[in-house]
Structures are given as C-alpha cells and as structure tokens.
Write a protein that binds this ligand. Structure first.
Ligand SMILES: [Zn+2]
Ligand SMILES: [Zn+2]
Length: 252
C-alpha cells in the first residue's frame, strides 16, 4: 500500500472550503444551507435570490474599482494630497495667528484715520484698492516677529503678504501732512497686498499721484513727498527719464 500523497489533505480542505463558499447563505436569516436546498431550512426564503444578490454586489464593486474604490491608488493619492493641504493650511493659519499676537492693534483714533484715508482712495477712483484695504487687511500698530526679524528701513508702513497684515508705524500718523498723503501710502501697501513688489508699488503711486491730488505743487515740500520721490527714483528710475534733458519726472 503506498503512502498517501502529500497533497491529499490540502486537496480535501480545498474541497471543503469550496463547498462552504458555494453553500448558499440565506439572505433573510443568515443560515448557511446545503447546496442542494432551493429554500432556507430555517425560514423558508428562496436561496436563489440570495445567490443573485451576491452576484449583483460583486458586479457593483468591480465597477467601482478602477477609479474611486476606497482601496485604489487614486483614492490613496487623493487622501495624501488632502492631508498635505490640510497641514499647509494649518501652518499658514498658525503663522497668521502668531503675526497678530506678536503685535499691537490700532486704537480707535488710529482706525478712524485709516478709514478716512481709504475714503479718499474710494472718492478718487481707486475703488478696488480701497476695497482690499477696507475688507481684507488686519492693521497693526507695532511690528510683529516677522518684521522685527527682517527689519525695515525708515518706513511708514509694512505689509506681510499673503497674510494681508499691514503694520502702520507712528510716522504714518504723525509725520504725514493729511488724509491724501496717507491715502498715497496705503495705495502703495495695496499693491503689496496683491503680491506685487516695490517697483510696481512705487510706479503705481507715482502714476496715480495727479488723480489722487498728491502732486509736487500741493505736497512738494512735505516729508512724505521727499521720501517717496527719493525711493521711487531708486526703485523705478525710468519714471524720471523724460523731458529734453532726459532727467525730468514723466508724470509731473
Ligand atoms: Zn433563512
Ligand atoms: Zn513697499
């Protein structure tokens, strides 16, 4: 008598497993019936229906597979991207909060001065800049940690883009001549609030000065005028290459 083949036992197990897998389970009461039964021995429900339902379910999940099934690669990448976005948003928010908490707010009088300057922009045709300055900005009266870290050279104001935090230094309030001059400073910051650099900011204000009512004739001997014209010439020298001598302000 030859010894049983090594594969004998696994083969039997396999058959049992197969039999169990094929044994119809009742959809109504859950009893596993013999394959030969047409109806459930416990509750009498039709077992054909149960088999059909299982087939439908299998087809449905197969249809889901390629793109959006929970376990697919696309779903994994989507969850990964969502996590990265979530962490980034959280870090940006934490940064914003730290900028606010490391600086002082404007007092009520300072806030009124700012509102008047924004009104000037609104009245003289700079409605979009006025809207940004009025709705999006958190104004601060002292430097936050970021400004302290990078430092600022003799400024009236500083903007932290994209956080839309604008710091207004004491000079903004007590070294400026009037609301029009403060409007000119805010118009400069409004360009930074849109993500633009110094050259764009100085150029925009220099071109807008006549419309703004801030000209050499009206403000030529104020401190802000002197500072702004000096910095404009430094950042946008081409604005001063006009006239027969090529050395005259193009927007005067
Ligand atoms: Zn049953
Ligand atoms: Zn600037």
């Amino acid at each position: 008598m030859s010894p049983p083949a090594p594969s004998a036992k696994p083969a039997v197990l396999e058959r049992i497993t197969e039999r169990r897998a094929n044994s119809p389970k009742c959809a109504r009461c859950g009893l596993v019936n013999f394959r030969t039964e047409a109806t459930c021995k416990r509750c009498g429900a039709s077992l054909d229906e149960a088999t059909n339902d299982t087939t439908h379910a299998a087809t449905a999940s197969a249809a889901m597979l390629p793109e959006h099934a929970p376990g697919s690669k696309a779903a994994f990448l989507f969850r990964r991207a969502a996590a990265v976005c979530g962490v980034t948003a959280l870090l940006l928010f934490a940064c914003y909060v730290s900028l606010i908490f490391s600086s002082a707010p404007l007092n009520a009088e300072q806030r009124r001065v700012v509102d008047r300057a924004i009104d000037v922009l609104d009245q003289r045709g700079f409605a979009r800049d006025a809207l940004i300055l009025r709705r999006l900005v958190n104004y601060r009266a002292s430097d936050n940690w970021w400004n302290r870290y990078v430092g600022h050279a003799d400024a009236y104001a500083a903007t932290n883009f994209p956080f839309e935090v604008v710091t207004l230094y004491p000079e903004f309030f007590n070294k400026s001549a009037d609301d029009v001059e403060r409007a000119a400073i805010l118009l400069h910051e409004a360009q930074h609030l849109r993500g633009r650099g110094e050259e764009d900011a100085f150029t925009t204000v220099w071109r807008a000065k006549r419309q703004l009512g801030w000209t050499h004739d009206s403000h030529g001997n104020t401190r802000v005028w002197r500072n702004v014209s000096e910095f404009t010439e430094k950042h946008a020298p081409k604005l001063f290459r006009c006239g027969p001598d090529g050395d005259t302000d193009c927007y005067e």
